[in-house]
Design a protein around this ligand. Structure first.
Ligand code: ZN
Length: 304
């Protein structure tokens, strides 16, 4: 059978939040079958449990934030993306602050963390979100949509009216039966215009941002030494974000996502519409060979 997955051992990482600038310790725990992904704030009087579900999302300005009882855990999307990409179904994630550490700006360090902890198969059949009809949301010319597809495919287009962005590819499309999340997506870092950083900081955002955890886009070129990791790193990061946001549906997806200038807010609206319109069914795949998603096959030979 195609089994659910969790991590073998507890594992921890420490870092700084991109937006809050606050240090946080993150601890990932193995979890029982059918637990799903659950975040927990552990620094208050009591533990606040926040299941990684679309309806738990509050703020979506520049990051996806879970909220409950006046507590929040923000910037969950890169960690969620790594868990989705590695097909980890069940995991409990403790965080002792309001934001998941940004690490180096992509999901690579989270992939390492999970791989180092080990991934184990559990005695329960893996479930998938199987998209049964097309759903679309849009705001102005930004679009996020999902449609039935015999596999998992993500396509994205960005359109920034700025000469540096325009030097690089602004569209990408990946079919995950053909290529791997780890190789193609996980290393893409978050990014922003350097001249907007001051304004963001004045609004208490991006307080932890630096060239160590984001691509800084200058007036004429990339400000990071070494430039981009690959030519389409910007659009690939938007795909990384979308994969993390989609995982708030609760299971890996069988379907096609298309985003144009979409972000966390539109992605979350899409998830809520998928749920309210019942545009999916939950299926189990018994045979590994029937899984249309390459990254669900044994990953021991893959290295981040
Ligand atoms: Zn991101």
């Amino acid at each position: 059978m195609l089994a659910q997955r969790t991590i073998r051992n507890k594992t921890s990482a420490t870092g700084v939040g991109l937006h809050t600038g606050k240090k946080a310790v993150l601890t990932l725990h193995p979890a029982d079958p059918d637990t799903g992904i659950i975040f927990r704030r552990i620094d208050g009087d009591k533990v606040i449990e926040m299941p990684a579900q679309a309806n738990m999302v509050g703020n979506t300005t520049l990051a996806t934030t879970l909220e409950k009882d006046g507590y929040e855990i923000s910037t969950i999307e890169h960690l969620m993306s790594a868990l989705a990409g590695l097909g980890v179904d069940n995991c409990i994630i403790d965080c002792d602050g309001p934001e998941i550490p940004i690490m180096e700006g992509s999901s690579t360090r989270f992939v390492f963390l999970v791989q180092a902890a080990g991934i184990v198969e559990q005695n329960a059949v893996k479930k998938f979100i199987y998209v049964t009809k097309s759903v679309q949301v849009q705001r102005d010319d930004a679009v996020a949509k999902i449609k039935p597809y015999a596999g998992f495919r993500v396509s994205f287009g960005i359109e920034f009216d700025h000469p540096v962005y325009q030097k690089y590819p602004q569209t990408a499309s990946i079919d995950f039966s053909q290529t791997s999340y780890i190789r193609q997506v996980s290393r893409a870092r978050t990014f922003g215009l350097y001249k907007e950083l001051e304004m963001l900081k004045a609004n208490n955002r991006a307080l932890g941002a630096s060239l160590n955890n984001a691509i800084g886009v200058g007036e004429e070129d990339i400000l990071n030494e070494g430039g981009l990791r690959f030519a389409d790193e910007f659009v690939k990061h938007k795909m990384l974000d979308a994969i993390g946001d989609l995982y708030l549906l609760g299971h890996n997806l069988i379907g096609e996502y298309y985003g144009f200038k979409s972000g966390h807010e539109l992605n979350n609206q899409l998830l809520r519409k998928i749920e309210s319109e019942n545009a999916f069914k939950i299926i189990e795949i018994d045979e590994i060979k029937d899984a249309p998603i390459n990254y669900l096959k044994p990953i021991s030979e893959e290295v981040a």
